[in-house]
Design a protein. Structure first.
Length: 201
């Protein structure tokens, strides 16, 4: 059994969460931990403005973010196309919880992330998420009821609890109450895990 848990908040519409995924997976290879992925669905307009109302400064930040994330994607051989709009990822994020509950998290997670950033899936469309769950060997036919009921409620509870805990963006790693924001903080997290004697032998 793993000795410790690292919680990782993620969102499919975050390019930085996408490019941090391989390094996040490596944590479980190198340390005696379990990585608990949870959805933190970003409200993009709240800090980068809506597309219609962004000022020049906000647009510069948006353009830089995608350019910067694409550099990391290219180094990993990943495709990262700019999104067509600001997405509400609640459906796909609830799909993450459903996939975890059915033991097919990584198959679903990798598929949805990679196809979203290559414009091959519409993550707001329930039917697309049902198809992704089926492809990962989860019972996709059960997902609509889960989304409308307990799954949607659980998604919203996790997000509310995350904000109470100080979460503000993704990817956000939490270990023993300490926050590590962004893929460029994974090295600091690795240092902390090593200090706790969690390095695998």
């Amino acid at each position: 059994m793993p000795s410790a848990t690292v919680t990782l908040y993620s969102d499919y519409k975050s390019p930085y969460a996408f490019v941090a995924k391989p390094a996040a997976y490596a944590l479980e290879d190198d340390f005696d931990i379990v990585l608990d992925w949870l959805p933190y669905t970003l409200n993009i307009p709240s800090y980068l403005g809506s597309v219609e109302n962004r000022d020049a400064h906000q647009w510069r930040k948006v353009r830089y973010a995608y350019m910067d994330a694409r550099r990391y994607a290219n180094k990993q051989g990943l495709t990262l196309k700019g999104p067509r709009k600001i997405y509400d990822t609640r459906t796909a994020q609830t799909g993450l919880l459903f996939a975890k509950a059915h033991g097919v998290f990584r198959a679903y997670h990798d598929d949805v992330f990679e196809r979203f950033w290559s414009h091959a899936i519409e993550i707001e469309e329930r039917d697309d998420i049902v198809a992704a769950l089926n492809a990962a060997d989860a019972p996709g036919a059960d997902f609509p009821a889960y989304l409308a009921g307990e799954g949607g409620v659980e998604h919203d509870r996790i997000r509310a609890d995350a904000e109470e805990a100080g979460i503000f963006g993704v990817p956000m790693f939490v270990f023993e109450g300490e926050l590590f924001f962004g893929g460029d903080r994974i090295d600091l997290l690795r240092e902390r895990l090593a200090e706790r004697g969690l390095t695998r032998t």
